[in-house]
Design a protein around this ligand. Structure first.
Ligand SMILES: *Cc1c(COP(=O)(O)O)cnc(C)c1O
Length: 426
């Protein structure tokens, strides 16, 4: 019996919820017991402002070791030349990069939020939109793919100081090479935010942004399957934005600027328990099993997207290259909002999130789309055969959206199915 039964009883309910449901939120995953153990460890007690070997506090010899391990493993995972593992979240990794490369009022250009971009890419309620001047590029209405020609046209007129690749609800790969050519034409920095597809990129299943971008940010808790957190990385290929003559000089200068952007720029003490857990997760991602897992995630997403298309749903861009898909409900069910579907599916223990679709005529609170991803269910062990079954559950509920008895029936089947995929030791 825990002393704070109030909190721990709630945690137990959340654990049951996670075990018994089908988790399809594209940004979620289930970490290993070892990642959780590191997160709940004594490392949380340590103040360590600064970086390994250069701290503002005594007693940092062991957190130095775990942070250095996290750094070394992450470099190996992405073939990066330099990394920072301290950002508390993906949004903070972006904030630190913007703080480093932009001055207040400077223009930067990212994917429109209603076309799949992220809050931290220039939303007017986020610091990125308050402090800087965001300009948006879009996806093509016909194809659902990023319109690079239009991006170039806008970039040449607006001349943003930074061009940003990456999204939260975009199911296709990115042409970083093309974006680098655009950035070079206007002397802009190229940045990629790979918060979502990072795991697929790490194992070589998607294009490598580190080859073309000056800087790359990510979260560690989505496809990477680590603790909640952020990272910043630099690859080998960058021009020389600071007028230094050697590559080494450029790396040193830029990396020390990014380090200062994180601390003291936007953060104080790093979360050393989370950094230890990042080290564990990066170690896991370097194993062959993780590559097999990522392949299965992609395979499952592809099969699931096709199963939705077979049932008459409009999947934006007609499919997926990665771990997620965006479904525009308006084709099959013009009257039903994403919000309604999200709420009804939750009652059957199926978790998805409503999402704006490109050129949506509804507000973000109603939304006409659903974003669905396969990282979490693939961690549970689900394979190709299970995908059509899940799509069928979802389609049954949407097709008879107000039927409460149906929901109870589906929920029973969902719970029975998920009991075949145990998780969490102890
Ligand atoms: C999830 C996400 C983030 C933010 O991550 P948080 O850890 O929630 O701050 C940033 N960028 C993109 C593209 C994302 O999808």
């Amino acid at each position: 019996m825990k002393r704070d039964s109030q909190v721990f009883e709630i945690i137990e309910k959340e654990r049951q919820r996670q075990m018994s449901g089908i988790e399809l939120i594209a940004s979620e995953n289930f970490v290993s017991d070892e990642v959780m153990e590191a997160m709940g460890s004594v490392m949380t007690n340590k103040y360590a402002e600064g970086y390994p070997g250069k701290r503002y506090y005594g007693g940092c010899q062991f957190v130095d070791e775990t942070e250095q391990l996290a750094i070394d493993r992450l470099k190996e995972l992405f073939g990066a030349v330099w990394v920072n593992v301290q950002p508390h979240s993906g949004a903070q990794a972006n904030m630190a990069v913007f703080l480093t490369l932009l001055k207040p009022g400077d223009k930067f250009m990212g994917l429109d939020l209603s076309h799949g971009g992220h809050l931290s890419h220039g939303s007017k309620v986020n610091s990125s939109g308050m402090l800087y001047s965001p300009i948006a590029y879009e996806v093509d209405e016909e194809t659902g793919m990023v319109d690079y020609d239009k991006m170039e046209e806008i970039a040449l007129i607006e001349k943003p100081k930074l061009l940003l690749a990456g999204a939260s609800a975009y199911s296709r790969d990115w042409d970083y090479k093309r974006m680098r050519a655009i950035a070079d034409k206007i002397g802009a920095f190229l940045m990629a935010d790979i918060a979502h597809p990072a795991g697929l990129i790490a194992v070589g299943l998607l294009n490598d942004p580190l080859k073309y971008c000056h800087v790359v940010t990510s979260t560690t808790h989505k496809t990477l399957r680590g603790p909640r957190g952020g990272i910043i990385m630099m690859g080998e290929d960058f021009e020389n934005p600071f007028g230094k003559t050697t590559m080494k000089g450029v790396v040193r200068k830029m990396s020390s600027l990014f380090d200062s952007g994180v601390f003291p720029g936007i953060q104080g003490g790093p979360l050393e328990h989370i950094i230890a857990a990042k080290a564990v997760a990066f170690g896991e991602a370097l194993q062959k099993e993780y590559k097999d897992y990522m392949k299965q995630v992609k395979k499952n997403a592809n099969i699931m997207a096709n199963a939705f298309i077979d049932k008459g749903y409009h999947v934006i861009s007609d499919g997926t290259d990665n771990h997620l898909m965006l479904i525009d409900l308006r084709t099959k069910f013009p009257e039903i909002t994403g919000r309604k579907v999200e709420n009804r599916l939750v009652l059957a223990d199926i978790t998805v999130n409503k999402n704006m679709v490109p050129f949506d005529n509804r507000s973000p609170f109603q939304a006409s789309g659903l974003r669905i991803g396969t990282p979490a269910i693939t961690t549970r062990g689900m394979k190709e055969d299970h995908m059509p079954v899940i799509v069928d559950f979802i389609d049954q509920i949407i097709s008879d959206i107000d039927n409460d008895e149906l929901i109870i029936k589906v929920k029973e089947q969902v719970n029975a199915m998920m009991s075949e995929f145990p998780m969490f030791a102890g």
